[in-house]
Each structure stands twice: as structure tokens, then as C-alpha cells.
Write a protein that binds this ligand. Sequence first.
Ligand code: PEP
Ligand code: MG
Length: 577
Amino acid sequence: MSLSLQGIGVSKGIAIGNVYIIHHEPVEINEYCVQSPHLPDEIERFENAISLAREQLLHIRKRVPKNSTIDIAAFIDAHLLMLEDSLLSQIPIDLIYEHQCNAEWALKMQCDSIVQSFEQIADPYLSARQNDVKHVVTRIQRILAGYQDSSLESASLSNAIIIADDLSPADTVLMQHHGILAFATESGGITSHTAILARSLGIPAIVGLQRVRSYIQADDTVIVDGSEGFILAEPDERSLCYYQRRQSQEKRYRSALSKIKASPTITRDGTSISLQANIEFPEDIKAVKRVGGKEIGLYRTEFLFMNRTQPPDEEEHLEAYRRVIQEAAPVTIRTLDLGADKQIVDNRQHHYSFITNPALSLRGIRLCLKEQNLFKAQLRAILRASALGEVRMMIPMVSDQSEIIQVYKIVEHLKNDLRQQSIKFDPSMPIGVMVEVPALAICSDLIAPHVDFLSIGTNDLIQYTLAADRNDQSVNYLYNPLHPAILRLIKMSIDGATQAGKPISMCGEMANDKRYVRLLLGLGLRTFSVNPESYLEVKKIINNTDMSHLPSLAVRMLDMTSQAERAELLEAINYES
Ligand code: PEP
Ligand code: MG
């Protein structure tokens, strides 16, 4: 019998395929006593588990794609080294003897003690190693408990539909290389990074499918409808035919859209609009070119840091940027925005877990100003990249002018170093800020004169303004781009930048949403930076828009308290005459 489950569609499209379920839950560990005569058997069981863990990791390592941008192989090598280390391979054996306990318990005691010693280390990179220890220990514990290896790295995911409790950004980086069809998760929000990445990869995705793993089993055939946000398991013949037809319609729609690839982005009454693209990986540039895009309005760089234990060095940064700059101009490189929803190794086991509010803590520019070595390697690479093409540097999570002053100071310092070393850079490389914190939007008129450009990041601006965690499905209903507070902040930011004569764009997900394109044009936005998947749809709307009546309609929305009235007005704005 067919079964349908409703969640939140976060990436459009239809996928039909078989399910692969990912379990992240830790194994439950209990202590039991092992009598002396059985201790050698217990130790043999432990040693066999270590050998099997090694075999699994070597198998995964062989399957890492050669052209992977993320150093997954190094990540796996680090885990292999840990398996060899006496901390994990010998001390648990000593503990089994000493406590006459089972292998799982001995391993747990040892893991707790390692993690505790890591927690006393202030350095975030060393501290992040505790996640690796936990990963390796969990692998051994799962083997001891007799579980199959269901980790993402080892699976054969080609043409699979992934179902999981949640996926960290690091998981989705691994998924990128596997040719999966879609994913569905029990938690997550519309602007979580996994959702954004799914959109940029162009695969359907649904989040907030509560308890989906209790109803759907591995290998079930399912249909994922990312537009409507539902999943249909074991569909009957009629449903299957219906969705196959819709898949073909979608394909035809996309190919019709591609006809406007080469046309300029200009409204019917002649206003030129700048349409730029958001990317996460250098490879994404191919998708941008497929839709005829040339300018990069947001290059998120934190993905270079995921699934590894050491940060990338200056040369590695530079190499990634070079690959993008060869193909696009200008390229807006956003400096590191780690923290909160973009953890380095694993979202669920991060080292900030003791912080009450990671989203209000050390993330983005705050982390960079604290970890200056990390920051300087990236800044030097960005400066060097500016000699290769048109590069702009953008700072995330700015809340105060003092942060901008500090960044400028560091950049000036680095420029002097580069001059002394006779290394080329563009001395007038523009430096801009993201408007993501309400304080910056409110003070945009004060900040704009001190920067070269601004870009509105609605994903965070909405989260911080409405005090609704972008990843928390229980407050997802509050996450509303049409809230007058959001619209006023957007208008304020555009006006503040315009008065100062500084360009302002929007690179948050709101700019990707067909429903809001005309409203944003009416509020004065002239530069949109969108995912390659949405690029042509946004262009089509702009090209079909008559601007003349939009500003007066858009400003009316700023004073409407009723969501129903705003929805009605939005319909009028989007009405095709
Ligand atoms: C935003 O906050 O809107 C944004 C573009 O940045 P990110 O989604 O990477 O936090
Ligand atoms: Mg942001």
C-alpha cells in the first residue's frame, strides 16, 4: 500500500528511486563483567573490531573520487592513523583486563577520557579532533554491536534517495560526489546549509519529515516531490505514471527556459538588472556557465574546511579561487563563515556544543578576528587572487563598524607584506559587507560610506530579526520573508547604500524565490545573486516585469500587519498583465 508523508520542500524537482537510510544515532553502550577465563576472547573480539574498522576505512578510501575538491582522503587517513594509535588500540585492552569489563565499555571509558582532555584545549582545530575520535570510536562500537556499516562514505549511493535524521553540511559535501537523486530528512529548516546545497546541486530535497525512518525502509521505492514537500512510498502504477510525466514536463520546462540564457537581464521598461550567481565549490562554476551566468555574487568558502582535520593553507585557498576566477568575473569571495550551522567537522558533535547559542556566538567575522592565523591565510590568498582577475572580498556576520576597521587594518598589513615580497595583488580590490545582522541593516546609512559594497543575506537577517533559528523546524512557521520588519530592514539597507552611492545586492535565499522578485525590484533592489538552479527563472520574471507601478505597491507592504493582506498584495504585484 502507498504511504504519503508531508514535510517542507526545500529544493524543487521530482525524484523516483530506491531508499538508502543513514543512521547517525550513537550505539547504546552497557557495561558488563567478563570473567577472567573469558578475557582473552573479549580482547580478540576487540582486536577483530579494530581490524574490520580498518578494512572499512581502506575500502572507503579507495572509493574517494580523484577530482574531489574536499580532501576526503586526508580525513579518512586521519581516522586510519587513529586506529593505529595505542590510545585506541592498546589502552582499551589494558582497561578490559583492569576492570574485567566488556570491550564496548572499555572503549567508552577511553573515549570519554580522550574527549575530556581535548575539551581543555582552546585551539578550535585541535579541539575539533575530538570529533574524529568520536567518529572512529562510533565506527568500532557499531562493529562490536554487530551493525552493518551504514555510513555515508562507504555506501553505494548512485541513484539512491537518501533518508536520514539530519545531514550535516559535511555529509552533503560527501554526497556531492555520489550521484544521489534526492534527500529527505527528519529535521532541518528551509535555509539550513544542507537545503541550500541541495538547491545548488539541483537535487530535490525535503526536510522536517518527522519520524520518516519509522515508516520507510531501506530499498523501498519512493517518489520525492521537492516542490510540494512530500514523499510517497511504494507508489501504485497510476502515481508512478503521473510523476514520471511530471518529471518529463519539468525537463521540457528547463529546456525552454534555457532559450533565454544569452539574453540580457532587463525589465520590459528598460531597467537593467545585474543577475549574479551563488556558488559553494569551484565545480559549481560549470552550473553557472550552463545557465549563461558570468558574475559570482557570493562564493561561500567554508566548504573548503569540511571533512578534514587541518585547515587549508594559503596555496590551497588560492588554487580554489583560481579555478573560479578563470571562468567568472567579478568573483565575490566571502571570507570564512564558520560557526553555528557551518561547523567544521560534524554538525551534531561540534565543539561548541557547550555554548547555549552558537548562532549568537563566535561565527563568521567574529571567529576570524579571534583566529587570525586562519583568517590571514585566507586574506592573503584572496589578495593574491585579485591579481588574477576581478575579485571582491565580502565579510560575513558584521554587526559593528569596529569589525570592519579591524579587517581593513589586517588587510593593509598583509598588502605591505605582499609588496615587500614582490607578490602581485590588486591594491584597490573592493571590500564589502554582508547585511545579515539587523543592527547593520538599521545602521546601513552609517556603515555604507566606509565599505565598497553591501549584500543582504536574508537567511541570517530573517533568523536574527525574528529570533527564529533557521535550522529549527519547530519555529519554521515564523521564518517569514514577508514580515514587515524584514521588508523594512531590506528597504532601509537599500536606501542606506543608495544614499552613500554604494552598490547593494541580495544573496540570501529570498532573492531566489520567484514570488519575491518583483517585490524586491519594487523595494529598489537592482542586483540579485541567486543559485544556478534559480538563475533562469529569476531572469525570466525580471524580463517580464514592468517596473512603473512596482515601487508604490511594494512600499504599501511595509505598513501591512496582516499576512493575508500582504499575500493578496503580493498576488497583485505578481499578476501577469
Ligand atoms: C545569508 O545569510 O543570507 C547568506 C547568504 O549567508 P549563509 O546562508 O551562507 O549564512
Ligand atoms: Mg549568512
